[in-house]
Ligand binder design. Structure first.
Ligand code: PMP
Length: 451
């Protein structure tokens, strides 16, 4: 449990009251939840959709820009933005126009469209990696780069960091426990020995990474430039550059997963740092919120991959997903890269997020709460600890799920959504300072009750 001055009895009372308030004010969601219950597992299309801490699921009728409307007609300021999938706003106009234009031109053919070459060129310009592939989810992108890394290096292991999340790619669903690689708790139907081909290091521990790389069997280091899925853990100055240098020294490939850190800037975190990885993955917002992801590679990796394909025996590569790079998604991705994920959009989002970080910091100071605020471009996170955590374990120790769930529900009942499972907020191009004020003011009201 984290160090903070929260009255637990008042917290429990607030949580009960907010659950009742949600129930009385969301009758249509309640009705839809009961209709969905018999035919959808856990009453939702994917079971984790019921993990928002509401007494029953909130049903959404529409979303536009940074706003979302539920079936009961309540409007929400959306700081979750589909956990980054809608980071540039819901239905951005250029993507909507591209989709409308392609709505009657066919969706999926297993063949490239004229947008393909342009998308490749746009990605190369943005990320400094020349060669790209398009798939359907960030999970798939990570699975596929892991396969390529193993195939091209002829090594079996990958190295990830404790507290990482790279989607449901099995090889990455591990934790570090007493120095050992162990499966993450909670995995359903896990049968493979995840420790056989994955090693885990502490984030920000270059010496630990070097000790593992020196064994000579690590195909790739896969990491986000900052851990963003266990609260948030920033790299210490020189850590990512150090990974680059170490991976070069030990002939290991460096894979950066920029799916969340794309919030850092136009070219992602690596672009800001000017570190070029061997492979880079990005999903979620890349096609404006449609299911799509990309992975890029250096010329050297691409040449090895093409040589590998030329010699490969006939059969399945293990990299699939039939709907990948379909006509419709490529058109959306092109419009999004050309006209939505622009330097101007970033400037606006980062300015708003800086204001949010400032206001949150002032609020916690005012309440003498030892909580820290971390900003990565358009993304902010607050954590229930005074010092920013240096490792996944430290970040986990600062979590307080009871407090977090109560605060999130309090905000939701006042028309503000933030990302479940931790305290992550994203500012879209449409997010205004007045929206930020509403979020921080509502949070402030909850803290008056609790602190
Ligand atoms: N990489 C990172 C850094 C992520 O945060 C996530 C999802 N939260 C993924 C990959 C996987 O994305 P998806 O669930 O869309 O496959």
């Amino acid at each position: 449990m984290s160090e903070h001055r929260i009255d637990r009895e008042r917290l429990a009372a607030l949580a009960r009251r907010e659950a009742e308030r949600f129930t009385t004010t969301h009758p249509k969601s309640a009705e839809l939840a009961s209709q969905a219950r018999p035919h959808l597992l856990s009453g939702v299309p994917m079971h984790w959709m019921s993990d928002w801490g509401t007494p029953f699921s909130l049903f959404v009728s529409s979303a536009a820009g940074n706003r979302l409307v539920d079936v009961d007609g309540h409007e929400y300021l959306d700081f979750c933005l589909g956990d980054t999938g809608a980071m540039f706003g819901h239905s951005p106009a250029p993507v909507a126009a591209a989709i409308a234009q392609h709505a009657t031109g066919g969706y999926t053919t297993m063949l490239p469209s004229p947008d393909a070459a342009r998308v490749g060129a746009l990605l190369a310009e943005r990320f400094g990696l020349p060669v790209w592939q398009v798939c359907t989810s960030a999970t798939d992108a990570n699975r596929f780069v892991i396969r390529w890394a193993r195939a091209l290096t002829d090594r079996d292991k990958i190295l990830v960091f404790d507290g990482c999340y790279h989607g449901t790619a099995d090889d990455t669903l591990v934790r570090l426990h007493g120095g050992d690689t162990v499966p993450r708790p909670g995995l359903v139907g896990q049968v493979n020995d995840l420790a056989a081909h994955t090693v885990v290091a502490e984030f920000n521990d270059l010496a630990g990474v070097e000790a593992l790389l020196a064994r000579g069997d690590v195909a790739a280091v896969l990491t986000e430039p900052a851990l963003t899925n266990i609260g948030m853990v920033l790299p210490e100055p020189g850590f990512i550059e150090g990974l680059r240098a170490l991976t070069e020294r030990y002939d290991t490939l460096l894979i950066l997963d920029e799916t969340h850190t794309i919030s850092a800037g136009w070219g992602g975190w690596s672009g800001e740092l000017r570190v070029v990885p061997d492979l880079l993955t990005l999903g979620k917002p890349v096609a404006g919120g449609l299911p799509a992801a990309v992975f890029g590679m250096s010329r050297a990796v691409a040449e090895r991959a093409e040589a590998f394909l030329a010699q490969k025996e006939a059969g399945h590569s293990g990299m699939g997903t039939t709907l990948s790079a379909n006509l419709f998604t490529l058109a959306a991705m092109r419009a999004n890269l050309e006209s939505v994920m622009t330097p101007n959009a970033y400037a606006t989002m980062q300015d708003t997020a800086a204001y949010l970080a400032e206001r949150l910091t002032a609020l916690f100071d005012q309440h003498r709460l030892p909580w820290c605020v971390t900003q990565i471009g358009a993304r902010c996170e607050f954590q229930f600890c005074a010092e920013r955590p240096r490792t996944g374990r430290e970040a986990e120790a600062a979590m307080d799920h009871e407090l977090e769930a109560a605060l999130h529900l309090y905000l939701l009942n006042r028309g503000v959504l933030i990302t479940p499972f931790h305290n992550m907020t994203l500012c879209a191009p449409d997010t205004r300072r007045s929206d930020v004020d509403r979020l921080v003011d509502a949070l402030g009201e909850a803290l008056v009750e609790l602190a």
